[in-house]
Ligand binder design. Structure first.
Ligand SMILES: C=C(O[C@@H]1C=C(C(=O)O)C=C[C@H]1O)C(=O)O
Length: 245
């Protein structure tokens, strides 16, 4: 038998619906699952430490070979709630923006919006560890994932990046997709897709076994995140990637 497929997933609440169905699924006999934050799993997929990952789509241009293997993604057709620019002051008064080291796609999207949509003259600052405490005065911050859901209760000004992208392009946005760095057996791909769909078809069960002190998870899973990689999401993704080139 072929060796097990190494799969890496995002360790945020937004991935729980996609992973819910894997537990007792027979696809687990064919794979090993690990979890980390998006920038780390991006590195693991590029370096070949894993075969498939729910990676930030912004890293696609860095891959020698890539295959989108599933019909599911971390996307949005409206405000995504967990990818935002947080600030104490209105957008045009911001002087500096701290960038989230856990992100790849949202950092690229923020840079695009700053330049072409919002047209801001700001200093962009890379981070490597905890930086949310730096978000104060005219220093703003991009925060993603569960930490963004918490930051919503802290910062008075919240600019949702998916919402801004949709205003800018009239297209939905894809933050992350299941991508492999080599071709995989059709049987694996079919089972993998089947496992992804189970949680999405059972959102109340997914909500029942997870908890967020910061955000209503039913709303998050059914209205903020949009999980189906539809033709219009693929179009949004292509448009985003062509902006990156
Ligand atoms: C919507 C989100 O999408 C995430 C954003 C990513 C990025 O910016 O690189 C990568 C994976 C997604 O989990 C989120 O985490 O809040």
């Amino acid at each position: 038998m072929e060796r097990k497929v190494k799969v890496a997933a995002v360790s945020y609440l937004n991935t729980k619906p996609l992973l819910y169905g894997f537990r007792d699924h027979k696809v687990m006999n064919m794979m090993e699952l690990s979890m980390d934050y998006p920038a780390r799993i991006a590195r693991q997929l590029i370096d070949g430490e894993v075969d498939v990952a729910l990676v930030p789509v912004a890293i696609i241009p860095k891959m020698k070979e890539h295959h989108i293997i599933a019909d599911f993604c971390i996307g949005a057709e409206g405000p995504v709630s967990s990818v935002c620019l947080f600030s104490d002051v209105p957008l045009h008064e911001i002087k500096r923006i701290y960038l989230d080291y856990q992100s790849r796609t949202s950092v690229a999207l923020l840079k695009l919006l700053v330049r072409d949509h919002w047209k801001l003259n700001v200093e962009l600052v890379e981070t490597t560890g905890d930086y949310q405490a730096n978000i104060k005065g005219t220093d703003a911050g991009l925060v993603i994932g569960d930490r963004a859901l918490a930051q919503r209760h802290v910062s008075p000004y919240i600019y949702d990046l998916a919402e801004a992208w949709i205003r800018f392009t009239s297209l939905p946005f894809v933050f992350a997709a299941w991508i492999s760095n080599r071709p995989l057996p059709v049987e694996f791909i079919q089972l993998f897709n089947d496992a992804n769909a189970i949680g999405l078809n059972n959102i109340p069960a997914v909500v029942a076994e997870n908890a967020s002190p910061d955000f209503d998870l039913t709303t998050y899973y059914t209205q903020s995140i949009s999980y189906r990689l539809t033709p219009s999401k693929r179009q949004g993704m292509q448009q985003f990637l062509s902006h990156l080139r």
